[in-house]
Design a protein around this ligand. Structure first.
Ligand code: BJW
Length: 239
């Protein structure tokens, strides 16, 4: 049964912390990806130009590691919210995994791309790509080699779907930020954009205070797999 929450346009920003309880590494925690890999070696256009094999290898390994990883109660709770709440729900994820869609979320934008997709840098066509990429991989459309790259937004590149995201932020009456450290822009600036509209409640749900924690009207700390289902339950029961 669908319910009318006191909020009717909800935007939910998610980051690596929501997938941590599914066993995926975050970036900036002590055991995170950036503790083992230098950003400048694997996550910039310059790194890809200098050493495509290394960059493709980094993403091939992460794509392979995604097999068998399942959504956790936090992903399921957000999918439940979309199903049971009568308002508009939009998830804007910085994550490149596919755990939100596996849990059943449909109103979802991947602003930093998707691990299971590849893009031709010549035609800009995007393909579902479950396999490894290497420098000799051929583009299925134009037939060129050396052009297929992960469909990932690296530092210095423009995040995806920014027009849709900005308009949703402008209209929302509830903004949730879940499992993100607030280090990376433009996502880290979303809470400030929302505050400027003066019409939305803002909540951070994270393991610990993020960089921008004081910008949120409400903060809830704990593991995503615990605090997100509790928050969704409370939101739906107030309907
Ligand atoms: C848990 C938990 C549990 C743990 N439960 N929680 C100033 C203004 C604007 C831009 C810039 C600026 N200064 C510099 C820039 C540029 C740059 C940037 O932000 N640099 C910063 C380092 C300062 N940004 C860019 O280049 C972006 N493009 C851009 O800005 O274009 C121009 C533009 C301007 C204005 C408008 C629009 C466009 C592109 C950024 C691309 C980011 N790419 C990456 C890697 C690619 C994807 C991949 O390989 O997977 O994306 S970097 C990496 O960080 C990844 C993530 O999506 C992103 C964010 O990380 P996230 O999700 O926050 O993870 P963590 O690890 O940092 O935090 C996890 C949190 O979870 C922690 O707080 C934990 O405590 C918590 N946690 N377990 C709940 N169980």
């Amino acid at each position: 049964m669908s319910k009318q929450s006191r909020f009717s346009r909800i935007v939910i920003l998610t980051g690596a912390g929501i997938s941590a309880d599914s066993g995926l590494h975050t970036f900036r925690d002590p055991d995170g990806l950036w503790a083992k890999h230098d950003i400048n070696d694997v996550a910039t256009p310059g790194a890809y130009a200098r050493d495509p094999e290394r960059v493709l290898g980094f993403y091939n390994e992460r794509r392979r590691n995604l097999a068998g990883v399942e959504p956790n109660p936090a992903h399921h709770a957000l999918a439940r919210l979309e199903k049971e709440c009568r308002g508009d729900i939009l998830i804007v994820t910085q994550n490149v995994d596919d755990l939100h869609e596996k849990a059943g979320s449909r109103q979802l934008l991947h602003m930093h791309g998707e691990l299971r997709k590849a893009r031709c840098s010549h035609t800009e066509d995007v393909f579902v790509w479950p396999d490894d990429l290497n420098p000799t991989t051929q583009c299925p459309d134009c037939g060129r080699t050396g052009v297929m790259r992960p469909h990932i937004v690296w530092f210095g590149e423009m995040p995806l779907e920014m027009d849709r995201i900005e308009s949703a932020l402008e209209d929302c009456d509830l903004f949730l930020s879940i499992g993100t450290s607030g280090n990376v822009y433009p996502a880290a600036g979303f809470v400030s954009s929302v505050r400027m509209t003066g019409k939305a409640h803002t909540v951070e749900l994270n393991l610990e205070p993020s960089e921008g924690h004081s910008l949120f009207a409400e903060q809830i700390y704990g593991r995503a797999a615990q605090v997100v289902p509790d928050y969704v339950e409370a939101l739906l029961s107030k309907s």
